[in-house]
Design a protein around this ligand. Structure first.
Ligand SMILES: Cc1cc2nc3c(=O)[nH]c(=O)nc-3n(C[C@H](O)[C@H](O)[C@H](O)COP(=O)(O)OP(=O)(O)OC[C@H]3O[C@@H](n4cnc5c(N)ncnc54)[C@H](O)[C@@H]3O)c2cc1C
Length: 453
């Protein structure tokens, strides 16, 4: 019998455990994680013998200690403008305070010396506005994939003697008891007074099942679909040197859709991502100059919401990603010049491109994959960005597709992030409320403080 059962060892689960230990070290806490311990997380893709996803039973990129964020670029955004809607539940001031609190912990556990960038007072904001683009406000701590990993190592060392971790342990079912919760992991059964679920994106389908079984209301969410853009780092250097990551939003003139930049990686690399067996694209970068590349990459995404009669936003995104997997065996890459001229990119054209791709993807035609409305919006935004960063619309700018940001169904919770069942909390990306390291971590601290009170 435990005081608190935590499902998922991503940032949400880790910071729940961390804060519970800070507030009450006597609590008996167990964390159940379907992925591996941090040191055993290894994606078999080496770009040499294994070039594409081999669909491991547990995806080391998405699962294990550190969650989906373990090999991320570690961009820790302190803002209510994006990354989730935690502030709608706990208030803007409290949300920011919690993000700042987690930032301090990250610094204490290995992130010291990393740089905090800010949009405050930047002239880039004005240049963007003059060209129909809107720069969102944020402070961003760039930990980098390397330092992010070190922080996780140190946090694990700090927690492992006081918190019981069960790795490679998938929770199949959560059952409500009269005075607590019972969880089933294969043959094993564990019980606790309180249960915090932080299952992230990889646990989205499972989370839906849990909500159905426990009669917790959910509502459909959105899906973001687009491409990852890769270009020589010099083109964006005036933005990335000052802001590191700029979140820029553009309203298309044709459909009035919002297109936004997302996850900018100066001198970074484009990578594969596997969500429920579907290969999509993502990006990251290292703080260590020795590991940096000559390119910058970022996503351009268009948000799609569905309500009636079709509600399955994620299913829509999955179908588009499956189409790219069907045509390209995985991710497709195309030169911008080829796309606007209606040509498919060939391996030869990619080889001859002045922008050297950092991901080995199949040369192809994104117009056969992405819906016209989405593709038109992306092309329009590339031309808009070309005005603040000339060269963005060069023929050799590379577009990888598809990039999909899946969002979980939004789970009905109160201001304590507690469901209609006393003592059952749903936090992090699995709740549909957060979509980032900072918001997910902050939601964990918030819940831990409610429990430890
Ligand atoms: C490649 C990549 C790069 C990213 N870069 C950034 C970035 O730079 N900045 C940023 O803010 N965000 C980034 N993100 C997003 C960020 O990683 C997530 O928002 C964050 O990890 C969410 O934390 P979480 O704890 O809610 O969920 P997760 O990190 O997804 O953790 C959930 C954990 O629960 C486990 N789990 C799920 N179901 C079960 C079950 N039934 N039983 C047991 N365990 C289960 C999973 O294995 C997983 O480890 C990135 C994501 C990816 C994939």
């Amino acid at each position: 019998m435990y005081d608190v059962l935590i499902v998922g060892a991503g940032p949400g689960g880790i910071f729940t455990a961390y804060e519970l230990m800070e507030k009450n070290p006597k609590l008996k806490i167990a964390v159940f994680e379907m992925g591996h311990e941090l040191k055993n997380r290894k994606c078999p893709i080496d770009g040499d013998k294994v070039k594409s996803c081999v669909h491991c039973k547990s995806c080391s990129i998405m699962s294990g200690f550190g969650g989906a964020g373990a090999f991320s670029d570690g961009k820790y955004n302190i803002t209510n403008d994006f990354g989730g809607t935690l502030y709608e539940y706990i208030g803007k001031k409290a949300a920011l305070e919690l993000m700042e609190y987690v930032d301090k912990i990250n610094l204490k556990y290995g992130g010291e010396g990393t740089k905090l960038y800010s949009t405050t007072g930047t002239s880039i904001k004005k240049t963007c506005m003059q060209n129909g683009l809107h720069l969102l406000d944020a402070s961003v701590r760039h930990l980098g994939t390397d330092i992010n990993y070190i922080v996780l190592e140190h946090l694990y060392d700090h927690l492992k003697d006081s918190v019981e971790f069960h790795f490679d342990c998938m929770v199949d079912r959560v059952e409500k008891l009269d005075d607590g919760y019972r969880i089933y992991c294969g043959e094993a059964i564990y019980e606790g007074s309180k249960c915090v679920i932080s299952a992230g994106r990889s646990g989205s389908k499972w989370m839906e099942k849990v909500c159905k079984e426990l009669e917790i209301t959910t509502k459909s969410n959105r899906v973001d679909i687009g491409v990852r853009v890769e270009l020589p780092a010099e083109i964006f250097s005036h933005l990335t040197d000052e802001l590191y990551e700029s979140k820029i939003v553009y309203r298309t003139s044709k459909y009035e859709d919002l297109v936004r930049t997302f996850c900018m990686n100066p001198k970074g690399a484009v990578v594969n991502e596997n969500t429920n067996g579907i290969v999509t694209v993502n990006g990251h970068s290292y703080e260590d100059p020795a590991k940096q590349t000559n390119n910058t990459n970022f996503a351009l995404l268009v948000a799609k919401h569905f309500s009636e009669p079709f509600k399955d936003s994620n299913g829509y995104g999955e179908s588009i990603a499956k189409l790219s997997n069907m045509l390209g065996g995985g991710v497709i890459v195309q030169r911008f010049g080829d796309l606007v001229r209606g040509h498919r990119s060939t391996e030869k054209r990619i080889r001859e491109s002045f922008t050297v791709p950092t991901l080995n993807a199949a040369a192809g035609d994104l117009s056969l994959v992405l819906p016209k409305r989405i593709l038109d919006g992306i092309i329009e935004m590339i031309y808009a960005l070309d005005k603040v960063a000339p060269g963005t619309a060069n023929d050799d700018t590379l577009l990888y597709g598809v990039e999909v940001k899946f969002y979980n169904m939004e789970v009905e919770v109160d201001e304590n992030l507690m469901t209609r069942h006393e003592g059952l909390y749903v936090i992090g990306d699995g709740s549909g409320i957060t979509h980032s390291l900072s918001h997910a971590s902050a939601s964990g601290v918030h819940v831990a403080r409610q429990i430890a009170m």
